[in-house]
Design a protein around this ligand. Structure first.
Ligand code: PRP
Ligand code: URA
Length: 209
């Protein structure tokens, strides 16, 4: 059974509160997205496999653990997912980065694909799909389908704010994908925006509105 985790850490809740505030400007918003991405990655990497190693300290030999070193990839959903990449890389710097360009048609709310570029060995990598918003779930589901079509098997979704509708759709279409988010909100409004949410994540990260 895949994981669905809403992080309840005090630092996460504090940063989400500031990020939601409509008076928070682009610079601070971008920084918070990055910091939250790091904190979520910390939780989402809890199951990384370890191997035993012996380390010579200045005093004695220590029996330690190090990462087995599976190959990882970060795949942001453009545009807003880009804001999370640096935060994920802070703790998994060796991960390759793929990009998927999707935007939601404002009328149908369905995702429209305009770009897809993956590392050539994506099928051998564990993949972290990142996007701050999981609203209807259409974008995340399509992105994950595109990644699975290229052979990836172990995929996690990392987001900041989710609506119940988005979680339900992602669970139904991709029951194998673990979901990690910083907050689970009440509902979607008639325009497919998360309520209370934080508005348009892409616009707030890139200052386009
Ligand atoms: C936002 C967000 C997600 C999507 C979520 O992107 O970053 O990708 O909406 O909505 P969904 O769950 O209903 O699909 P948007 O389409 O606004 O594009 P942008 O990131 O380029 O602004
Ligand atoms: N995309 C956003 O950026 N915000 C929402 O609330 C829903 C989709």
């Amino acid at each position: 059974m895949a994981v669905t985790m809403v992080l309840d850490h005090p630092l996460v809740q504090h940063k989400v509160a500031i990020m939601r505030d409509k008076t928070t400007g682009t610079k601070a918003f971008k920084e918070l997205v990055k910091e939250l991405a790091t904190l979520i990655t910390y939780e989402a990497t809890r199951d990384l496999a370890l191997r035993d190693v012996k380390v010579e300290t200045p005093v004695a030999t220590a029996n330690c653990k190090m990462l087995q070193g599976r190959k990882l990839a970060i795949v942001p959903i453009l545009r807003a997912g880009l804001g999370m990449v640096e935060g994920v890389q802070t703790i998994i710097p060796a991960a390759k980065v793929g990009h998927i360009g999707l935007y939601r048609d404002p009328e149908t709310l369905k995702p429209v694909e305009y770009y897809c570029k993956m590392p050539p060995d994506i099928g051998e990598r564990d993949v972290f799909v990142v996007d701050p918003m999981l609203a209807t779930g259409g974008s995340a589901c399509d992105a994950i389908r595109l990644i699975k079509e290229r052979g990836a098997k172990n995929i996690k979704f990392l987001g900041l704010i989710a609506a119940p509708e988005g979680i339900a759709k992602l669970r139904a279409e991709h029951p194998d994908v673990d979901i990690y988010v910083a907050a689970l909100d009440e509902k979607l409004n008639d325009h497919g925006y998360i309520v209370p949410g934080l508005g348009d994540a892409g616009d707030r990260i890139f200052g386009t509105k």
